[in-house]
Design a protein around this ligand. Structure first.
Ligand SMILES: NC(=O)c1ccc[n+]([C@@H]2O[C@H](COP(=O)([O-])OP(=O)(O)OC[C@H]3O[C@@H](n4cnc5c(N)ncnc54)[C@H](O)[C@@H]3O)[C@@H](O)[C@H]2O)c1
Ligand SMILES: O=C(O)C(=O)C[C@@H](O)[C@H](O)[C@H](O)COP(=O)(O)O
Ligand SMILES: [Zn+2]
Length: 352
């Protein structure tokens, strides 16, 4: 059975379809949304060989022309140079405003493709086909698209929603364990900011046994995110809560040049850091960080905060999109499931 979650935006709305085996129907969903003649499939070097040829063949069966564009797998591909290369290749492919771009892959493919789609010819329709757990529960929904700059993470981007999100949980079977853990960090994030009973549910499983619960994870997380995005599409207020753990998460990713920690691993460490700090500041119920740590260990996530140069940390934090100058809108939790925004001095965040 197909589960459908609608995301209402200021201008429009779009469906998230969640269904086992949906991949056999990807092409027909694409056909329904295609206004022009052709499709560009953007994927990466891991996902492409697994799923892109199949998609291209089923589009051909429906007489739809398509071409596959492949980037190297990994965070470093979310770059200005790949943005330029892809944009140029798509123009060489004679893409038009009525054609359709497909992001087939994890969050890196989704963010980069979405940003290209939002800017090329001033906007081309795109569809998200997320293939990692993280992309199925977070990055494919909500319209944040971006590339990294050498000076920091996601600094060049826009809000640009897909026309649809097509989720087939079965593609998660080909994921590496580490990529699965990575996604679990963002799942834990949702439970920490909004839903204590979901946190308790996650406590009953571990990285191996949770695979039987993917449908629940995907629909719970997508629903939480859709609700928040509907209330605050452009992150003026409540949407900032989705950034729990990200201020220090982005610092960790970027400080280690995206080579040591994945996004989810870094966000997990960022959540632990803020939960412990919140306890020391009297903002967070004592014992909360231990609960998060125990859950992270169940899902094979790292828990040791890395040593970093304080000046480097301050420099990276100063570029955070939640910065207010000397202060930064920081996401704390009072207790599991209850989060809030607190403007804190950057120095206090780092030194305490
Ligand atoms: N836009 C948003 O709202 C949002 C939200 C969260 C994260 N993000 C971004 O998402 C990115 C992280 O996403 P990610 O964790 O998916 O990373 P990713 O895209 O690098 O994917 C992780 C790895 O899994 C591989 N992979 C993906 N699907 C696969 C499958 N089905 N089978 C086998 N291998 C597969 C990829 O090739 C890659 O090697 C970061 O850049 C982060 O900033 C964006
Ligand atoms: O959708 C959102 O809003 C989020 O904050 C989700 C985050 O998980 C995601 O990593 C996002 O890309 C972070 O955005 P940024 O604005 O901090 O770059
Ligand atoms: Zn994130």
């Amino acid at each position: 059975m197909t589960k459908i979650i609608n995301v209402k935006t200021s201008k429009d709305s779009y469906p998230i379809y969640i269904e086992h085996g949906l991949k056999t129907n990807w092409a027909s969903y694409i056909k329904q949304l295609l206004r022009g003649e052709k499709v560009a499939i953007i994927t990466d070097s891991n996902v492409g060989p697994l799923y892109a040829n199949e998609l291209k063949a089923s589009l051909e069966n429906l007489n739809i022309k398509s071409c596959i564009f492949t980037i190297s797998a990994g965070e470093k591909s979310k770059s200005i140079s790949n943005y330029e290369n892809l944009a140029t290749q798509l123009i060489e492919y004679n893409i038009t405003r009525s054609d359709l771009i497909i992001a087939l892959g994890g969050g890196v493919v989704g963010d980069l493709t979405g940003f290209v789609a939002s800017t090329l010819l001033r906007g081309i329709d795109f569809i998200q086909i997320p293939t990692s757990l993280l992309a199925q529960i977070d990055s494919s929904v909500g319209g944040k698209v971006a590339v990294n700059l050498p000076i920091g993470k996601n600094l060049l981007g826009s809000f640009y929603h897909p026309k649809a999100v097509l989720i087939d949980p079965e593609v998660l079977q080909t994921l590496d364990k580490r990529v699965l853990s990575d996604g679990m960090a963002e799942v834990i994030k949702y439970s920490c900011i909004k839903n204590e009973s979901f946190f308790k549910f996650l406590e009953e499983y571990d990285l191996d046994s949770i695979s039987g619960q993917f449908d629940k994870l995907i629909s719970t997380c997508c629903q939480i995110k859709a609700d928040i995005v509907e209330r605050d599409e452009k992150e003026n207020d409540e949407r900032m809560l989705l950034n729990f753990g990200h201020t220090f998460g982005h610092v960790i990713e970027s400080n280690f040049n995206y080579e040591v920690y994945t996004h989810g691993e870094a966000v997990g460490l960022g959540m632990l850091y803020i939960a412990s700090l919140g306890e020391r500041l009297g903002l967070t119920k004592l014992g909360t960080s231990d609960k998060i740590k125990t859950l992270m260990l169940k899902y094979n996530l790292p828990i040791d905060y890395p040593k970093m140069d304080i000046e480097a940390v301050k420099a990276i934090i100063s570029h955070d999109k939640k910065s207010l100058g000397e202060k930064i809108n920081t996401i704390f939790i009072r207790k599991i499931g209850d989060s809030f925004i607190y403007p804190e001095d950057i120095d206090a965040l780092i030194e305490k």
